[in-house]
Design a protein around this ligand. Structure first.
Ligand code: GAP
Length: 447
């Protein structure tokens, strides 16, 4: 963690919150340090049984909004291994660098532009011990095939975006899309970050959710504004509190080499405001570059107007892993209940790992068997947990910490009245619901 919190509020932005959330994710099976039995591996993480559900839900919620519910966006899944030509054309080989300095006193490496004081080593506190900055390219280089020659050089993609540009022609030739339209992709990207950190906020292997929206050049500004508003709203719609979210336009000196306008959706992390997503007006930079480097025409032919033009691109580019972490930070809450602290993740139901948990009051087969049958029935529609261990109070607490919106208790009365008790996570209110109505009760509240 670095830097002080910018928040005045008790919950938002306290350094303790960061530690509590990281602790919870480890304790409850969200995220584990990768290769932990070998001492861990360089800021890489594995998503455990609960984390994989959370991350998948973040990606599915994005895909639902960006592809499923839209007529004008199609999906793609491009390869991660890619030839140097792509990165030559995109400008990544020349420009995708960070300024690296070494401390000659303690031999640590730092990213110059992220230091609080560019003269002082944050590790040993020595002033004036840095080497001259060197530009360090963030791409992971590897080789494809057994022969180590120049022709075998390949890169792990540092962003998913280029997959959409190099497939622009394939998509317009094989589908019915016409501008304005988008191509969306979710997948892994790799950057050899100099200073990964803050848990999964900045890692070398991470997941992105990106969409390239191709528009007529005259309409680029209007679509840029549209996507800024849409993307900001998406986070609110999925439960981010307004006071922890902002849309910040970049200053001119922050803009990437391709961008004529960028705004970041920022979240108030415990260390201050930081980026979740960038929405960029990339102009026709990418299609023009790939057309020049590949020799393919990457343009749109408007038959009705008999006009050819190179579409401009608006790109909302979000991080899935980073967003999952922000959802956890925003959802974490503690409250006093009957003299005890209740930890609860107030996650939006679409993001919550499990939607419902079935908890028989006793492990005896008499209750466990029908409770299991109910869980199995619900699994067809909802991600459902089943738990018969420990006291009911402890089981509720566990589900609260996982963010499960509904717990269903199957008790001895259930055998007589064919009803169960449904407990809502946030209010802890309980309702008796006929067994036959449970699925529709949940569906009404969650879909
Ligand atoms: N195609 C544009 C692009 O990749 P970016 O701002 O470099 O833009 C987009 O990346 C998003 O990807 C960021 O807003 C962030 O959420 C996520 N991201 C970038 N680098 C990351 C890293 N090292 N670890 C985790 N997420 C990262």
């Amino acid at each position: 963690m670095s830097g002080p919190s910018e928040s005045e509020s008790g919950k938002v932005g306290t350094p303790e919150l960061f530690d509590k959330v990281v602790n919870l994710t480890k304790r409850r099976g969200f995220v584990y340090p990768s290769a932990e039995i070998y001492g861990g591996f360089r800021s890489t993480y594995d998503y455990g049984p609960i984390g994989v559900l959370l991350l998948r839900n973040v990606k599915d919620a994005w895909w639902r909004s960006m592809v499923q519910l839209r007529e004008d966006v199609v999906g793609l899944d491009a390869s991660i291994l890619s030839p140097p030509q792509i990165w030559e054309a995109s400008g990544h080989l020349a420009n995708f660098t960070d300024p690296l300095v070494d401390c000659t006193n303690c031999n640590t490496r730092h990213r110059l532009d992220k230091l609080d004081d560019p003269e002082v080593c944050p590790n040993c506190g020595t002033r004036g011990s840095f080497t001259e900055p060197r530009e360090f390219n963030l791409m992971f280089k590897t080789q494809a095939g057994p022969v180590q020659d120049a022709g075998a050089v390949a890169y792990l993609r540092p962003e998913t975006a280029q997959g959409m540009f190099i497939n622009f022609k394939n998509v317009i030739d094989t589908t019915r899309v016409r501008p304005p339209f988008g191509i969306a992709q979710v997948g892994k990207s790799f950057r050899n970050e100099i200073t990964p950190g803050n848990f999964v906020f900045r890692t070398r292997e991470f997941e992105q959710m990106e969409m390239e929206f191709f528009v007529h050049p005259d309409e680029a500004q209007q679509w840029y504004e549209y996507w800024c508003a849409e993307r900001y709203q998406w986070y609110l719609d999925h439960g981010m509190p307004e006071e922890q979210l902002r849309l910040r336009p970049h200053d001119d000196d922050e803009l990437s080499h391709y961008s004529s306008g960028t705004s970041d959706v920022e979240f108030l992390f415990p260390w201050g405001w930081d980026e979740l997503e960038g929405i960029a007006n990339r102009g026709n930079y990418d299609l023009t570059q790939h057309a020049a480097h590949s020799g393919e025409k990457l343009e749109w032919y408007d038959q009705a107007a008999n006009e050819r033009w190179v579409p401009h691109v608006i790109e909302p580019a979000a991080g899935a892993t980073r967003t999952a972490m922000a959802f956890l930070m925003a959802a974490y809450d503690e409250e006093e209940v009957k003299g005890e602290t209740r930890v609860v993740l107030r996650l939006h139901h679409r993001i919550a790992p499990y939607k419902v948990a079935v908890l028989p009051l006793s492990k005896k087969a008499e209750l466990a068997d029908p409770a299991r049958a109910l869980a199995q029935q619900l699994r067809g529609s909802f991600m459902t947990d089943y738990d018969e261990t420990q006291s009911i109070g402890r089981r509720y607490r566990r589900q609260d910490e996982l963010g499960t919106p509904y717990c269903i208790t199957f008790d001895f009365d259930s055998l007589e009245d064919h009803a169960v008790t449904v407990r809502e996570r946030d209010s802890m209110e309980q309702e008796r619901i006929p067994l036959a109505d449970v699925a529709s009760y949940l569906r009404e509240r969650m879909i």
